[in-house]
Design a protein around this ligand. Structure first.
Ligand SMILES: *Cc1c(COP(=O)(O)O)cnc(C)c1O
Length: 416
């Protein structure tokens, strides 16, 4: 039996516990949704004030040079590169994950058109976050060159599905619903053995699990900064491309920010030779400026320590749910095996939606994903062991007391 006292002892021994002070979290809330929208770093308020009042208000247009606004996408890319195992000059922060996926799929297909024009399949998972599938579909329709999206139903099907016809494979490193984690290295090898290219969506793994994009030999990666990285709602996404593709960097959204010499105001587009070629137009500087605040906190520790605590907390969550909520129709969706587990825990429950609403009413914020999946994000920077204990006690009360069985908890907001 795990007890509250035990959780308290774990909190006292937790070397990451002090980092919570750097977040501004509302009193009385246990936030288990940092995998969807990260919490507010305290220094973001200070930074926002400075960007707005000094950089914008006083220095005005000089800030493109003086405050380094122009270089912000690559500066932030360099700052977060260590979190994903990328090198300097290999990452940009720009646009959205959806848009960045479009660019890297286009780049991968362009490379394959030259090397292996007979390859026409883009492989992804049926269980992908839908925008990924929509973007691939849109790209293929627009290109109109016979590229088809093929979907696998489960990770175990990947090995057979990657064939000589596969041009590119697009996978979520951690699945947004189940929390399943792919072994990046072995997938890269499997994909490359068929001369296909691999694109990783890191939305649910960046800032959650350690990875070595470059060393593992991945081709492209894209991902959010507003989830585990705490960049703020709608903060721009990241994009990484392996430097071995540098001579082949190309993307169709060839806006002036990707130009080698944008202020030549030339009629001809000449792409930047490096990762800036993945930029398109003017960036949302206010939002982008805050990305550094979240990443700064990560750089005070390291991903191995974060991973150790993440696994301890997700283990604890699973064990406590099984200890406290047995017989309540909960079915664990997330892999038990650490090798295949990201940093959130999902349970299916027939009343999952209403149960999540009842939990939110108690100050425990998780979220819901169709079908029937209650999702709990575990963020080691600002969650402790006692938070997990209390969250499970609330879940127990909601389920045992059938608190979900109220009309007000069945009402669906625009965002679930
Ligand atoms: C959150 C998420 C996205 C979101 O893409 P946006 O363009 O930022 O809306 C994409 N893919 C995955 C896997 C996600 O989890």
């Amino acid at each position: 039996m795990i007890t509250l006292e035990q959780c308290q002892a774990w909190d006292q021994a937790d070397e990451l516990a002090g980092l919570r002070q750097q977040f501004d979290l509302p009193e009385g809330t246990i936030y288990l949704d940092g995998n969807s929208l990260g919490a507010l770093p305290r220094n973001a308020l200070v930074r926002a004030q400075d960007v707005i009042s000094r950089e914008w208000g006083v220095d005005l247009i000089n800030s493109w040079n003086k405050a380094g606004w122009w270089d912000l996408p690559t500066r932030l890319g360099d700052q977060l590169a260590p979190l994903v195992g990328a090198g300097e000059g290999e990452v940009v922060v720009t646009d959205t994950t959806s848009l960045n996926l479009f660019k890297v799929v286009a780049n991968a297909v362009r490379i394959q058109q030259r090397r292996h024009p007979e390859k026409k399949i883009i492989l992804a998972e049926r269980d992908s976050f839908p925008t990924d599938l929509y973007m691939i579909q849109g790209f293929s329709e627009f290109l109109d060159q016979g590229y088809v999206l093929q979907l696998i139903d489960q990770p175990e099907d990947l090995e057979k599905a990657v064939t000589g016809d596969t041009a590119a494979v697009v996978l979520s490193h951690v699945n947004y619903r189940s929390g399943y984690l792919y072994d990046m290295q072995s997938v890269n090898e499997l994909v490359h053995a068929q001369d296909a290219l691999i694109i990783w969506d890191l939305c649910h793994s960046i800032g959650a699990v350690p990875m070595s994009l470059k060393e593992s030999g991945a081709d492209f990666a894209i991902g959010c900064t507003y989830k585990y990285l705490n960049g703020g709602p709608g903060s721009p996404a990241m994009l990484w491309a392996h430097p071995r593709h540098r001579a082949d960097f190309w993307q169709p959204l060839s806006g002036w920010w990707g130009h080698a010499r944008p202020f030549d105001m030339s009629t001809e587009y000449t792409a930047d030779a490096g990762i800036r070629s993945f930029l398109c137009g003017t960036q949302p500087i206010l939002s982008m400026s805050l990305v550094a605040c979240g990443v700064d906190i990560f750089l005070q520790t390291d991903m191995q320590k974060i991973r150790r605590k993440s696994l301890a907390l997700t283990d604890l969550f699973i064990q406590l749910v099984e200890q406290e909520c047995s017989g309540q129709d909960l079915e664990l969706v997330t892999p038990r095996d650490h090798k295949y587990r990201g940093s959130h825990v999902s349970f299916r429950h027939p009343q999952g939606y209403a149960a999540i609403q009842a939990l939110i009413a108690r100050g425990v914020i998780g979220d819901y994903r169709e079908p029937e999946v209650m999702r709990f994000g575990v963020t080691p920077l600002y969650l402790g062991y006692r938070d997990i204990w209390h969250a499970v006690q609330h879940l127990k009360a909601v389920l045992h007391g059938r608190e979900w069985d109220q009309e007000k908890f069945r009402v669906r907001g625009q965002v679930t």
